[in-house]
Design a protein around this ligand. Structure first.
Ligand SMILES: Cc1cc2nc3c(=O)[nH]c(=O)nc-3n(C[C@H](O)[C@H](O)[C@H](O)COP(=O)(O)OP(=O)(O)OC[C@H]3O[C@@H](n4cnc5c(N)ncnc54)[C@H](O)[C@@H]3O)c2cc1C
Ligand SMILES: NC(=O)c1ccc[n+]([C@@H]2O[C@H](COP(=O)([O-])OP(=O)(O)OC[C@H]3O[C@@H](n4cnc5c(N)ncnc54)[C@H](O)[C@@H]3O)[C@@H](O)[C@H]2O)c1
Length: 475
């Protein structure tokens, strides 16, 4: 045993790596996190937190405008500088010393540098301070929580135009005059909302025929309508052919439906793995690939089963909350196996991230926001389920009409006809993120509809949509 031996070595100190390290330490193991950049990762500095901070002020302003009495008091517009300063406070000015203090307080060793795997249970770190290389050994497990990076599609001229990725879009210090966004997934739609609120002329370009195309079709229509009303130019079914930028001049984006001119182009076209230089070839895995894991987050195809991966790096569910859930599951599985237990990843046991498959919740923070958990109707049918759906206009419930004059929103449940349980829930409307957990509990708990009928929503809250959905379904 040397000083550089730990029970568990976590590569990547994003939100997910931090939770995994904390979990194993709480279970009595020693742990080191190797982090190359800022401890806290993407979510804290370039993703969830700064993006939501950029969005919140506009949402609050609009919310006040939808309540008569309060609306009359809104006489100004957003203070852009104040919004950006508030965003900066959420990223602690891109300083991770608070996170390092937390980790050390939790009993985790933080090693600064770029890590690569060098054969079984061995990690070599190129130290950030230039001091050379350090070799770490793991007694029980290495967990690769290395996250993901923005994907730049192979469009001629795009890279040369110096596009923004989500990193620049969440950390920019001023609003571009004209912003073109490629891709209308969660990143593209949220950033269109945020920078439009902050004064940019935004054009949102999506190659598919609707926004947020992985979700129920009504979602994309609502978001397109609200973004258009906010002044965003929405172009769906649009293929980018080439991008040209000459000197300091504007960027010209040639598409199948004409040209878009912008000062900045943001690539919001999905994510790619960060495993090119992780040393995967030393253990028989393919560099540059997502890490394929079983339900206990153990990487498949590694002899001895000592390598785990949680969070974006395994490409199961690219959300902070779900990555942290995986980290808790992986941490418990590692600790149990270190005690000599089998820790079989049986569905819904402490050692299986079962919710990744059946109950993945998410909120897209456009205005109105989108809340989803479980399967869409189409996905459920593709999985061979016989389903019946119920839909309801949320504005008809008293709680929603009190919340905003002219509240507009829509909700849908997907019910498995064999088991008579809800397998999917989607809602769009102001504040729907706050009613999502009820759906998650119903799906995870596989609560039978005839029992759910007795879960009475308090009046007058937006939760009453649950009663209306069940009535529309036929109860
Ligand atoms: C704009 C945007 C907004 C988002 N908003 C939300 C949201 O509102 N809610 C939500 O749930 N999700 C959101 N997400 C997704 C969320 O950010 C990710 O799912 C989450 O950050 C993944 O966490 P992670 O720990 O797996 O990876 P990361 O946060 O990427 O952390 C990985 C860490 O590993 C380090 N690293 C990588 N390779 C090495 C190496 N070889 N050696 C040492 N260190 C290494 C990196 O420096 C990094 O710090 C958003 C994503 C984006 C892009
Ligand atoms: N609120 C949240 O929880 C939140 C917010 C942002 C991101 N995220 C996470 O981050 C991940 C990445 O988000 P994302 O939006 O970058 O990826 P995504 O894969 O969800 O969406 C990318 C979009 O870009 C489109 N696209 C791809 N290439 C294109 C091209 N050349 N031209 C035009 N359109 C193109 C795709 O059709 C798709 O609609 C998501 O999977 C999500 O899990 C979550």
């Amino acid at each position: 045993m040397t000083d550089n031996t730990y029970d568990v070595i976590v590569i990547g100190g994003g939100a997910v790596g931090e939770v995994l390290a904390e979990r194993v330490v709480k279970r009595g193991l020693s742990a080191a996190i190797v982090e190359d950049a800022l401890l806290g990762g993407e979510c804290s500095y370039w993703a969830c937190m700064p993006s939501k901070a950029l969005l919140r002020s506009g949402e609050a302003l609009r919310a006040a405008k939808t309540v008569k009495g309060a609306a009359e008091a809104v006489t100004g517009s957003l203070d852009v500088q104040a919004v950006l300063e508030r965003r900066n406070s959420f990223t602690s000015g891109w300083d991770d010393s608070g996170q390092v203090k937390w980790a050390e307080g939790a009993g985790i060793t933080v090693v600064r540098g770029r890590a690569r795997i060098d054969g079984p249970r061995r990690v070599v770190v190129r130290q950030s301070d230039g001091a050379g290389e350090q070799v770490l050994e793991a007694r029980h497990a290495v967990a690769a929580c290395v996250g993901s990076a923005a994907r730049i599609p192979p469009v001629p001229g795009l890279r040369e135009a110096g596009p923004w990725t989500s990193r620049e879009a969440t950390s920019a210090k001023e609003a571009p005059r004209r912003l073109a966004i490629l891709g209308a997934g969660p990143v593209g739609c949220e950033m269109a909302q945020a920078w439009s609120d902050l004064g940019s002329e935004v054009t949102l370009i999506e190659m598919r025929d609707r926004l947020l195309s992985a979700l129920e079709p009504f979602v994309g229509k609502y978001v397109a309508k609200s973004l258009t009303e906010a002044g965003v130019t929405v172009r769906t079914g649009t293929t980018v052919q080439s991008v040209t930028k000459e000197g300091d001049g504007p960027i010209h984006i040639a598409t199948n439906l004409g040209e878009v001119v912008a000062d900045v182009v943001l690539c919001a076209c999905g994510r790619e793995p960060q495993t090119q230089d992780l040393g995967l070839e030393t253990i028989g895995l393919e560099p540059g690939s997502w890490l394929d894991v079983d339900d206990s987050l153990r990487v498949n195809g590694v002899e001895g089963g000592w390598l785990y991966s949680a969070g974006d790096a395994n490409h199961r569910a690219l959300f902070t909350h779900q990555g942290k859930y995986q980290a808790r599951i992986a941490g418990d599985a590692i600790a149990a196996r270190a005690r000599g237990e089998h820790a079989a990843p049986v569905a819904w046991s402490p050692f299986a991230a079962t919710a990744d498959h059946q109950a993945l919740p998410a909120v897209v923070f456009t205005d109105p926001e989108v809340a989803i958990v479980g399967l869409t109707e189409q996905r459920a049918r593709e999985q061979g389920m016989t389903v019946k759906v119920a839909e309801y206009e949320i504005g008809n419930v008293a709680g929603a009409s009190l919340r905003a004059d002219g509240y507009t929103g829509h909700a849908k449940i997907v019910v498995d006809q064999e088991r008579l349980v809800i397998v999917g829930f989607t809602a769009i409307g102001p504040g729907v993120g706050e009613i999502l957990q009820a759906a998650t509990v119903a799906i995870v708990g596989e609560v039978p509809l005839d029992r759910l009928w007795h879960a009475v929503p308090a009046y007058p809250t937006m939760n009453e949509v649950w009663l209306r959905l069940l009535e529309t379904y036929g109860l």
